[in-house]
Ligand binder design. Structure first.
Ligand code: ADP
Ligand code: MG
Length: 679
């Protein structure tokens, strides 16, 4: 790449002074010593010089070298940020919350003072905050109220290699913002000069060319990490059940191999929970004298703080076993790992526009890429030579895609398109690193038009602007706005808060299927899943009035409800109430026990997610051409009703509608351009 200088930071692994714990040293001193020993620390001054001299720097470096935690602190301590704040963006909320907690500790301050975070529905910051970790989605949202992001003097775009949708949109905007903020002030200098903006792009992988080209004049810097050799084993045959295979591999390591923690990569929460259970079960049956097994988990929807356990040092005579999604690939480095078990799978959001009419996002379990496989193996060699057990064959590895496709090319664009419209921008004209395909753009425009966010000329409507003010998918904000007309904002906010929580409120248990069904019957509403949710929240609120914390927890356990999801929903609801107040919507208005207003409000948003019964018992989408079935988890799953509205489709061996309610046929027919076709 033109103008690239490689600043090699010495590998200090084998020359490092042994870390002798000083008996008198406080915890803080120990942390400062850890900081000083990170690979990036040696290059601190060189790095700061590069940052000082360039408007845009691309910083590449091995996972765990200290980029995310140290660079913001170096910048703060150097005074380079002036009076402005330093933003560090993350594609994942867990990374934003847990890394900010770590950096606050390193700064010897409490979270929310000097160091804070902001993720959707949750923020900890104060006027004193100078370093803010935030999701790329949150900073993108800030563009609406502050188009030049003027409160930040340095913006660090972290994990850029992941190419998340919001990261791509942010990068596109940062380029123009920087041009505007950094151009020499014209005129007589009377006007207060705009605060300059520095951009730092950070990535764990080495494909920096694209970023370098996108920002002409940028500097690419490489920080050498500490990587020890990792021996990689492949399976001789492909595995049918990767969870089972991971279980067996773990116990082989545990019984045969010397001490060292094990990190297992799995695609998602369900697999993590199921493997956790099996490992616990077998670990309890191990003969006495064997090392204990300590299980930690790490996945996206985990509550902040819950994952802190993975960083605690492993107790004596214990092997830590960490079950994680691809969060542990590059975002979060877990110390002590010597063995990695890689299932070769991950979950990926993908938009199915073709063959499905309306188009929808699905979360699918897929094979990982070569780049992920290499990152996963690398996690075993952070502190010494390690081992990686791949639960797939060498041929499968060779057939993997090199690296992941940018998210903008494979996911639904409704929400970003609406946000861009608010900013007076459009996907067609924005200077993007990669441009999405036309089908996805049309599909998003169609949805936005159907819910009334855009008019027939593609201009944003007044109601469209109001929709964008909510931190929700536009289809849900549309429902909240409709609830004003139907006089049921209170109820709609409750339902939508639960739907927006990061985990499901209903706990599934395949072993106790009958007990689950029995418990659920109490909440069941004849109209379907949305009012069933409302019943759950009402029941929980009643219990909360009379029971203490442990009583509430017990009640949730007995009813197979996820209390964490309920508590999160209550928080979300509060945030949505604030937005309502800003928009002059009275959120206290309630429709009592009436069901139609609630479902019809939802129907205004979920127009694309409606379907009607066909003679064969399946449902045909009113917007698309696909047949959907009602998901087995739905209260309506064995019912035949003329027309349904649903939250989402899940795509397994067939297309299921999940979160289903009965919707009035005449309501559907009345939705303007919609025509309910008879089968
Ligand atoms: P990079 O961004 O280059 O991958 P990080 O700055 O994330 O590196 O990590 C630097 C070091 O900080 C790692 O050794 C990691 O284990 C450690 N670290 C990060 N978060 C925590 C935490 N919550 N507790 C203890 N150590 C942590
Ligand atoms: Mg990092």
């Amino acid at each position: 790449v033109n103008g690239t200088t490689v600043v090699h930071m010495e590998d200090s692994a084998d020359v490092a002074v042994p870390r002798v714990p000083v008996a008198t040293s406080s915890k803080h001193a120990a942390i400062q010593e850890q900081r000083a020993n990170l690979p990036i620390a040696r290059g601190k001054e060189a790095l700061l010089n590069e940052f000082r001299e360039h408007d845009v720097t691309v910083l590449l470096g091995e996972t765990g070298s200290g980029k995310t935690t140290q660079v913001p602190q170096y910048l703060l301590e150097s005074g380079m940020a002036g009076d402005g704040m330093i933003a560090v963006t993350q594609p994942r909320r867990v990374a934003a919350t847990s890394l900010s907690a770590r950096v606050a500790t390193e700064q010897n301050s409490s979270l929310g003072s000097v160091v804070g975070y902001a993720v959707r529905f949750d923020e900890r910051s104060s006027p004193a905050t100078r370093i803010k970790y935030l999701t790329d989605g949150m900073i993108f949202r800030e563009l609406m109220s502050d188009p030049l992001l003027s409160k930040y003097s340095i913006i660090i775009v972290d994990e850029a290699h992941e190419r998340s949708l919001r990261t791509d949109l942010l990068i596109a905007n940062l380029k123009t913002i920087q041009q505007q903020r950094n151009e020499p002030a014209k005129g007589k200098g009377k006007e207060k000069e705009k605060e300059k903006l520095k951009i730092i792009i950070m990535s764990a992988t080495l494909d920096a060319e694209k970023f370098g080209k996108f920002f002409p004049g940028s500097k690419i810097i490489y920080v050498q990490g500490r990587q020890h050799p990792v021996t990689i084993y492949h399976c001789a045959q492909s595995q049918v059940d990767y969870v089972d295979s991971a279980l067996r591999t773990f116990f082989q390591i545990h019984t045969d191999q010397p001490p060292g923690d094990v990190l297992i990569f799995l695609p998602g929460q369900e697999d993590i929970e199921s493997l956790e259970k099996s490992i616990r079960l077998y670990a309890n049956q191990l003969p006495h004298g064997q090392q204990e097994v300590l299980i930690c988990t790490m996945y996206a929807s985990q509550a902040p703080g819950q994952n802190a356990k993975v960083f605690h040092s492993t107790p004596p005579n214990t092997r830590k076993c960490i079950l994680a999604t691809n969060i542990a690939e590059t975002s979060i480095t877990i110390p002590g790992v010597k063995y990695v078990i890689d299932t070769g799978k991950c979950k990926e959001k993908r938009y199915l526009a073709k063959n499905t009419g309306g188009g929808f996002d699905t979360l699918m379990t897929r094979d990982i890429t070569k780049s992920s496989a290499m990152q996963r193996a690398g996690r075993a060699g952070r502190e010494g030579p390690g081992f990686c057990f791949r639960l797939y064959t060498e041929d499968s590895f060779k057939n993997m895609a090199t690296s992941a496709e940018p998210e903008i090319l494979r996911c639904g664009l409704t929400s970003p398109m609406l946000q861009l419209k608010c900013l007076g921008q459009s996907l067609e004209t924005l200077d993007l690193m990669d441009r999405p395909d036309i089908d996805s753009m049309i599909s998003a425009l169609k949805t936005l038009y159907l819910i009334g966010a855009l008019d027939s000329t593609g201009e944003i409507t007044e109601i469209g602007r109001d929709m964008a003010a909510f931190p929700l998918e536009p289809v849900y904000s549309r429902a909240v706005l409709a609830s004003k007309e139907y006089g049921c904002t209170n109820e709609v906010l409750t339902v939508i808060s639960v739907l927006s929580a990061s985990s499901k409120v209903f706990v599934e248990s395949s072993e106790q299927r009958d007990a689950v069904a029995e418990a659920r019957r109490k909440f069941k509403h004849a109209s379907g899943d949305h009012l069933t949710i409302l019943n759950v929240v009402r029941a929980y609120n009643d219990v909360a009035l009379s029971e203490n914390k442990s009583g509430r927890r017990e009640w949730c356990r007995k009813h197979f409800l996820n209390e964490r999801a309920l508590l999160e929903a209550i928080d979300i609801r509060e945030q949505l109430q604030h937005t309502c107040e800003r928009l002059g919507i009275d959120w206290k208005v309630s429709c009592g026990e009436k069901e139609d207003p609630v479902i019809q409000s939802l129907g205004h948003g979920l127009v694309s997610n409606t379907a009607f019964l066909q003679p064969d018992g399946s449902y045909k989408q009113t917007m698309g051409h696909s047949a959907v079935k009602i998901h087995p988890s739905s209260t309506l799953c064995d019912k035949k009703v003329p027309t349904i509205v649903y939250d989402e489709v899940v795509y397994t061996n067939q297309i299921y509608a999940r979160g289903v309610s009965i919707i009035n046929k005449s309501f559907l027919a009345g939705l303007g351009s919609l025509k309910v076709r008879q089968a």
